[in-house]
Design a protein around this ligand. Structure first.
Ligand SMILES: Nc1nc2c(ncn2[C@@H]2O[C@H](COP(=O)(O)OP(=O)(O)OP(=O)(O)O)[C@@H](O)[C@H]2O)c(=O)[nH]1
Length: 213
């Protein structure tokens, strides 16, 4: 209840949904564009490799609160790597995508995490490790347990999904949205606690001055 109240407070304070920048990172062909397209447009079709970066937005309702995702879909091909590093500046969340049928893409996702760690302080960005293409279970090269264990070792959110079958796609984005709102709430509460403490200290100081007269 307290959570719902404070979430409502956040939203009404601004009268607009909070905007969060989310970047999709991972090797070429793991399905980043397909996940974004499935999530935003409910569609799946053959997509040409991304050049540079594509941009989509979606407003999401989480309980009483609404938030707006600005989704930056980066190109996975190696030749765009340095450009993509520019795109994740200022990101609030990252989906580190790999293909469960490609061990290489799993290892590459771990390297992307290294890039993020050099750019952000721990806790500054919500990161989800996302294994895509679960429909290719016969070709699986990365087990669910491997993905989960790596994510837990790095304190990342973790899910598996299939953009093709529309399995766990909106759930993955929603989990990131919930985590973002929760962290924002914690920050607001922290600021309010600090402010109350300062008010309290100023009050006692005034009292001391008054009594000293
Ligand atoms: N079987 C299967 N194929 C998928 C899935 N998601 C995407 N694909 C296919 O994988 C290929 C690459 O998908 P993209 O979405 O372009 O991958 P990307 O990661 O954005 O690729 P880059 O733009 O090169 O970085 C396409 O042929 C998609 O149709 C999935 O869940 N299952």
């Amino acid at each position: 209840m307290a959570q719902a109240d404070s979430t409502l407070r956040l939203q009404t304070a601004r009268d607009q949904p909070s905007v969060f920048k989310l970047v999709l990172l991972g090797s070429g062909s793991v399905g980043k564009s397909s996940l974004a397209l499935r999530y935003v447009k409910g569609d799946f079709n053959s997509i040409l490799p991304t050049v540079g970066c594509a941009f989509l937005t979606k407003v999401v309702q989480v309980g009483e609160a609404a938030l707006k995702f600005e989704i930056w879909d980066t190109a996975g091909q190696e030749k765009y790597h340095s450009v993509c590093r520019l795109y994740f500046r200022g990101a609030n969340a990252a989906l580190l995508v790999y293909d469960i049928a490609s061990k290489d893409s799993f290892l590459r996702a771990q390297q992307w995490l290294g890039d993020l760690e050099s750019e952000f302080l721990p806790g500054d960005i919500v990161v989800m490790l996302l294994g895509n293409k679960t429909d290719l279970s016969d070709e699986r090269q990365v087990t669910f347990e491997e993905g989960k264990a790596f994510a837990e070792s790095k304190r990342l959110l973790f899910m598996e999904a299939s953009a093709k079958l529309n399995h766990q796609v909106s759930e993955a984005f929603s989990a990131v949205a919930r985590e973002l709102l929760q962290r924002q709430e914690e920050k607001v509460d922290q600021v309010q606690r600090t402010k109350s403490q300062v008010d309290l200290n100023e009050g006692s100081l005034r009292q001391v001055k008054c009594c000293a007269r």
